[in-house]
Every structure is written in structure tokens, then in C-alpha cells.
Design a protein around this ligand. Sequence first.
Ligand code: CMX
Length: 468
Amino acid sequence: MSMFRTVTARLYAPTKPLIPRFSNGLRKYATQSQTDLKEILAAMIPVKQEEIKSFRSQHGASKIGDIQVDQLYGGMRGMKSMICETSVLDPEEGIRFRGLSIPECQKVLPTAQGGEEPLPEGLFWLLVTGEVPTQAQAEWLSRQWADRADLPSHVVTMLDNFPGNLHPMSQFSAAISALNSESMFAKKYAEGVHKSKYWEFAYEDSMDLIAKLPTVAAKIYRNLYRDGSSIGAIDPEKDWSANFTSMLGYEEPMFTELMRLYLTIHSDHEGGNVSAHTCHLVGSALSDPYLSFAAAMNGLAGPLHGLANQEVLVWLTKLQEDLGGEVSDEQLRDFIWNTLKGGQVVPGYGHAVLRKTDPRYTCQREFALKHLPDDPMFKLVSQLYKIVPGVLLEQGKAKNPWPNVDAHSGVLLQYYGCKEMQYYTVLFGVSRALGCLASYIWSRALGLPLERPKSMSTEGLKKLVGAQ
Ligand code: CMX
């Protein structure tokens, strides 16, 4: 555990039970009655800057590991090489957002009135400040995001003119890049603002972008799948997820609850995953939050990363087409083996870091057990959970045979009528903004420099290790 962390117990939201939790030791700078996140950040940032300065002056030369040749060829697995304050991924236990596991977040984060699932607003507050917000603080974010949700007309025109065969993720990323006409960060940089102020404009852009993403995403959905019908108006009284589902055209309250859970759990997975790392890398060149996050979305659109949620549903649909409704375990085993023998991956299984079932899978499974236990597709996913790990172990290649987040999400969405699987990664992307942009704000606040690791040629590497 970090020397800067202390265990604390505190009642954050009046309706929540008291539970012990970690704090970054910054909470004395934010009182429960304050709701303006920017003011709270302004108090926290100098403290964190000082903490890191002092840590580096004492331990800056300490060694934290060795790098092996295989890691350079093997996608840098396990190489400790960057800082991410918002979350930590343990291979056995899964993600912890600022020290809190998913079940702990479900217990302590504010919920919507009458709801059970955490508000993503609360998770964003937690990621940015390291503190569980009060209900009022989460609601302040809901209102901020509702106020900032409008799109500039050129982005609407652009979205309306995309061809119907352009993948929703390409539309999403292009629209985010085009939103950088609104970037205060880029504008202030061009005006020559002092670098100590970068974080303030990073914050404003991040808040604007998070607010606008559901509007962009809903526009894409309506254009592609609902004949270009209107997304309607933002309701300032509704939370971020409720406005999103209503813009998408869904009335079912349980779909909105699902979306609150979905947007919370897909938000952050520490710093090294493709989308978070891309945002960090591009941001380190002082590209504004829009450009940095658009780059992240291009990475999320890869089938080994976020697009896997689409691929799972494509694969399940093919399975049902080939084998019909009721499928025996033996038939499933053959189908999985055929996928592997065809040189393809089983989508939704395996992970670069995790070595156990992803807790993001588990909490979605719990949601399904509660709300759709008899759904045939959910039953199929449960059956696969029993069979796939054994087959992957038998094949002996995958280091982790267990399901990840993407193995489950599509099944929940299709139950509520959201069956357009090509769209699923956009929903992942809306959520991923919370983690990427929380980190972007802190990267600018801490003045993290341009990222520029050393690459080597095979020849240079051979010389370095004394190979013949
Ligand atoms: N099906 C078939 N083979 C798999 C596999 C799977 N689900 N998972 C891993 N393997 C294979 C790898 O392709 C690799 O094969 P080669 O040696 O032929 O190259 C071998 O097992 C070793 O891989 P690994 O070290 O276990 O896994 P990596 O860290 O290289 O890759 C991941 C991780 C996620 C890309 C991989 O498990 C995979 O392709 N899974 C399916 C796609 C998926 O679900 N991605 C979503 C991940 C979560 C997310 O980011 O959203």
C-alpha cells in the first residue's frame, strides 16, 4: 500500500452504511457541503504536487524492477512504466477505483432516487478526487453535464451526413475530434496561458466532453437505427444516464438502471489498457482532451479491446444460427473448438492482466440473475461460462481462460431491446471517458511530461544482451 494512503472510515452519503475505505489523504480539502468540483480540485492539486515532489526527491532513484527481452516483444506486459492515480487492476481481484472494488462502489456511491445502481456521476467524482461524493455532489455533476450537453451545429451536420455504412465507432471518434472547435484548452494554449493553469482548461473541456458524449452517441444511434428521429431535449432534472437512455429512445426504467451500472463499470481499468494509455500518450503532447479522447476511441474500436463486446454478440448470434435454440454442452464445446481451430479468439474471454473472472462480468451476471434469469441468451452465456474456460485450458495457450467484461454486456442490452451490436462499443466509449478524462485532468495538474519511451532494434537489443 502506498505510504500516502491511510485507512479511514466515513459516512459519505446519509443513506449509505458506514464502511471502512481508503482515502488519498486529500479529503480534508473537500468538505461534504462543497459541491463545486473545480474549487475542490484547486485545493487538492497543490497538496498532491507537493506529495509527489517530496516522494521523488527521496525515492526518485529507487529501482522498481527489471525489464526482460520478452517484454519488449510481448506487448510490454507487466512493465511498470507509467502513473495512473484513478484505479488499480489486481490480476486476481480485478479493478479497484481509488481503492474501492465494484461491490463496494455499489454499496457507497450515490444512486438515483428509487434506484439501486451507482450513478456514474459518483464514480467520476471518486476517480477525480479519491473521495466518495455526497448525493448533492453527484447531483451537482448531473446538472453540470445537463447544462453542457448541447452540440455545435457543425457536429450535428457532420453526423447527419455520415453514410449509413460508416461504423458507429468511426462516427463517434470523428465527431469527438470535430468537437475540438470548442476546446478551451487549445484556445488558451494558443493565447499563451501559463502551464500552471493547464489543468483548469483540461477540466472545463473534460466536463464539456463528458456532457456531450451521450448527445453524440444518441444522435449516431437515431441516425443509424431509428430513421434519424429527434433525440429530444435534455432534461436538467435527470441524471446523465437517464438523459442518455431517453435520447436513445428507451422508456424502460430498468434499462436506465442497467445503463447506470454499465457506465460506472466500464469507466476505468488503470492506465495501461489501450484506450486509457492512448489518451494519456496523446494528451502528453498537449493535444486537447477532445483530440486525446478521440484517439483513445480509435483504440477502443479494436476487436481485442472494446469492440469485443460487439464481437461477442456476433459470435453468439452465429452460434445460435448454426446450432439452434437448445444447445448441448458437447455442441458448444465443438463450436468453441472450431473457432479456435479457425485461428480466431473466443471473444469476451481472456485478459492481458486479469487471471480470474472479471468482477465487471460478475456484477453484470448478478444483474441478469436478478432481472432476466430466464432470458435464453443469458442462459446461453451462463452455459458458456461453464464450458469455455475448460476448452481454453485444454488448448493451453490463453494465460487467463476466464470471461472479461465484454462477455456479458451485450446480452443485457439485447434483453432491453438494444440489439444493434455494432453500436455496443460506443456505449463502452461513453463510459471510458470518465476514467480517461479524470486522468487527463490530473496529468495536466501534475505537469506530467511528453511520453517518449526508448525503442530498440533487434540488432541493438542483441548487442545489449551480448547475443551472438
Ligand atoms: N481465445 C483464443 N485464444 C486466446 C484467447 C481467447 N479468448 N485469449 C488469449 N488467447 C491466445 C492469444 O491469442 C495468444 O495466442 P498466440 O500465442 O497464438 O498469439 C495466447 O493465447 C496467449 O495470450 P495471453 O497472453 O493469454 O493474452 P494476451 O495478453 O496476449 O491478450 C486478450 C489478451 C484480451 C487480447 C486476449 O485474451 C483475447 O484476444 N481475448 C479475446 C478478445 C477479448 O475478449 N478482448 C476484450 C478484452 C477486454 C477489453 O479490453 O475490453
